[in-house]
Ligand binder design. Structure first.
Ligand code: AN7
Length: 381
């Protein structure tokens, strides 16, 4: 019998590619190392010869990709002596901040839009012991307030404007390259603040730099520091494709959206914090931005659960919704390999799931005949 060393989180795994020292106290919950699942039924139904993989980030410790960034941000905040962190959030950043603060023994203050975050995320912030501040405003209002208050109070901002967040999140690209043996042709993500699309591009660029295929712009990301010991796998980088919810699509409108609205509350963001970086990613990678209606987003969420057994939250399904449409139209050509990031777990938002499900739910007496009838009436031949 052979034993693998215990997986202890992404900072330990990618220590030489992250800004930590040998004696840095790592605040980790074992994040990263998420499954890259090849879809089997959906591509067949699309009738297209494509390889679609989903990177199931909903299996991180607090149920979203935010854990990748938060392990770095909180590790560095603690290293710098900070006793409190703060963020504005549509729900997932606040859940991650609250959990990592609890782990570190510091305080988390989270600003959330009153009544506009999914129930699971609210439960997380409360259980992990954060101070939850509900504001009568949206994420963008909260973000502005966080920036202002951090100038007056001894708190570290852990939104993605904190550069350590993107450093942690870039590791998702490392994992994908290491599993596939190369970068995919297309990488599709849901876009809110555009931190994650930016972070993935940093990751892909650092890996391609290390292959010796130095690209001037890419090397600007790594600063020549991306030394992957023996890690020269490929110089290929994907086209980065960012999809927004139609009611919250500033990248499609060319500027901030005042009153963003969407059922995908995680990406109900009108004023993206990584605006310039994301446009740079789009240009450098040769990818694009597009938008999906709420209807299309929910349909993709349901299809993924029903056909593949993978439950993601609505915002996450935006990546697949957009990708399926672009595959169907031929914009993403046959023969392509595509990775869609599923940013958050479906369990985060049970209300939206239950509301849109059309699966049979029957209530009966606890009697054999009634069970037989229920089975008979719901058997599809
Ligand atoms: C599930 O939690 O901004 O484009 O405050 O929770 O990097 O902002 C969440 C964002 C996609 C968008 N999918 O990522 C927050 C927050 C899910 C998310 C995004 C978010 P970015």
């Amino acid at each position: 019998m052979t034993f693998r060393p215990r997986y202890t989180g992404l900072i330990d795994k990618y220590r030489d590619r992250l800004p930590v020292h040998d004696d840095t106290r790592i605040i980790s919950l074992g994040e990263g190392n998420t499954p890259l699942i090849r879809l089997q039924n959906i591509p067949r139904e699309l009738g297209k010869d494509v390889d679609i993989y989903v990177k199931y980030e909903g299996l991180n410790p607090t149920g979203s990709f935010k854990d990748r960034g938060m392990t770095m941000a909180v590790t560095k905040a603690v290293e710098a002596g900070s006793k409190a962190i703060i963020c504005a959030s549509t729900g997932n950043t606040s859940a991650a901040a609250a959990a990592y603060a609890a782990r570190a023994g510091i305080t988390a203050f989270v600003l959330i839009p009153d009544g506009k975050i999914a129930m699971g995320k609210m439960a997380q912030a409360m259980m992990y012991g954060a101070v939850t501040i509900q504001i009568k405003g949206n994420f963008d209002d909260g973000m502005q307030l966080v920036k202002e208050v951090a100038e007056h109070a001894p708190v570290t901002i852990v939104n993605s404007i904190n550069p350590y967040r993107l450093q942690g999140q870039k590791t998702a690209a490392f994992e994908i390259i290491e599993e596939l043996g190369h970068a995919p042709d297309y990488h599709c993500l849901p876009v809110g603040n555009a931190g994650n699309v930016t972070a993935h591009w940093i990751g892909y660029c650092e890996y391609s730099c290390s292959s010796g295929d130095h690209v001037t712009e890419a090397c600007a990301y790594c600063g020549g520091k991306c030394k992957f010991a023996g890690g020269a796998i490929t110089g290929k980088r994907p086209k980065m494709v960012g999809y927004q919810a139609a009611g919250s699509a500033p990248f499609m409108r060319g500027g901030p959206v005042k009153e963003p609205e969407t059922v995908a509350t995680a990406i109900r963001i009108g004023n993206p914090q990584s605006w310039d970086q994301a446009w740079k990613v789009q240009k450098e990678s040769g990818g694009w931005f597009d938008e999906c209606t709420d209807e299309l987003i929910l349909a993709a969420q349901k299809l993924l659960a029903e056909r593949e057994g993978i439950f993601c939250e609505p915002a996450s399904a935006t990546s697949l919704a957009g990708a399926m449409r672009d595959i169907q139209s031929g914009k993403i050509p046959e023969g392509s390999s595509i990775v869609c990031t599923l940013t958050g777990n479906g369990l985060k938002d049970p209300d939206t799931a239950i509301k849109q499900s059309t699966s049979p739910v029957v209530s009966i007496d606890a009697e054999l005949d009634a069970v037989k009838r229920a089975i008979f009436e719901n058997t599809i031949i």
